[in-house]
Design a protein around this ligand. Structure first.
Ligand SMILES: C[S@@+](CC[C@H](N)C(=O)[O-])C[C@H]1O[C@@H](n2cnc3c(N)ncnc32)[C@H](O)[C@@H]1O
Length: 246
């Protein structure tokens, strides 16, 4: 199988589903509070819902949540969890927003928006989100702030975890022309290595705002973290909230 194919989304979810919750189970409770505040009476829609890391605690707060994901295995994990069966899910490409109805909150967290690998796909996603937002609804994106200082000669290697008999590293290369970061999460045990390729097309805050405007949305808030701390030059995280232009 080719390491990186040309499809609009790869099999990231299918490859990582069985260990996803071991690696990424935690979340910031402030994220759930902020999403619940924006959802108000709901319903909310999560793009790239995965195993429900965020959707399940949000549902526990009383918000009606549904989700879209391209990975059947990730959705199977979600639906096997307590309360998971109460979250309706759609298997599909979130750039299409392939669901019925309108939502007071549509959200996409953990850099998942950058899984759309071209500007065209990302604009299409904003446009389809706009069609499913209520007139006063909000679209929230949690993304990383691109940090080019991570790369030397366009490459980065970082140790994530090391133990007797276990090693996990992240290897990345940067394509500045297409704004794509190609990564491999590699986990080694004595049984051998497992590879989890990830491709992300990053966008700068100003580009996100312009994509939103092309979809008839305007920025209403931008924070550096879930606690609503200001977005500054040193912020590594970017939380952007849009709504229909007034
Ligand atoms: C990093 S995980 C995030 C899962 C969850 N939102 C969370 O915060 O834990 C990204 C998820 O997005 C899904 N995904 C990636 N590209 C997609 C696409 N174009 N359409 C639908 N789902 C996609 C993957 O299958 C995976 O479940």
């Amino acid at each position: 199988m080719a390491l990186y194919n040309d499809s609009t989304y790869d099999d990231y979810g299918e490859r990582i589903a069985d260990i996803y919750d071991d690696w990424y189970h935690s979340y910031d409770p402030a994220a759930i509070d902020l999403l619940a505040e924006l959802a108000q009476e709901g319903p909310a829609l999560e793009l790239g819902i995965g195993t429900g890391r965020i959707a399940l605690p949000l549902q526990d707060k009383g918000v009606m949540v549904r989700g879209i994901d391209a990975s059947e295995k990730m959705l199977d994990q979600l639906q096997a969890k307590p309360g998971g069966y109460r979250i309706p899910v759609t298997l599909g490409d979130f750039a299409d927003v392939p669901v019925e109805g309108e939502y007071s909150l549509i959200y996409i967290v953990f850099n998942t928006f950058f899984a759309l690998l071209s500007q065209e796909e990302q604009v299409r996603c904003f446009q389809n989100v706009a069609k499913h937002l209520t007139s006063t609804g909000h679209f929230l994106l949690e993304t990383f702030m691109p940090d080019m200082t991570r790369f030397q000669r366009g490459q980065n290697i970082s140790l994530v975890a090391m133990d007797d008999g276990y090693l996990r590293i992240d290897v990345a290369k940067h394509d500045p022309v297409n704004q794509i970061i190609y990564s491999q999460h590699v986990a080694w045990t004595e049984a051998g290595a497992r590879f989890y390729p990830v491709r992300l097309r990053y966008a700068w805050p100003s580009e996100l705002d312009l994509m939103a405007r092309l979809a008839g949305l305007q920025l209403v808030a931008r924070w550096g973290d879930w606690d609503k701390s200001p977005f500054t030059a040193t912020s590594s995280k970017l939380i952007s909230v849009y709504r229909h232009e007034s």
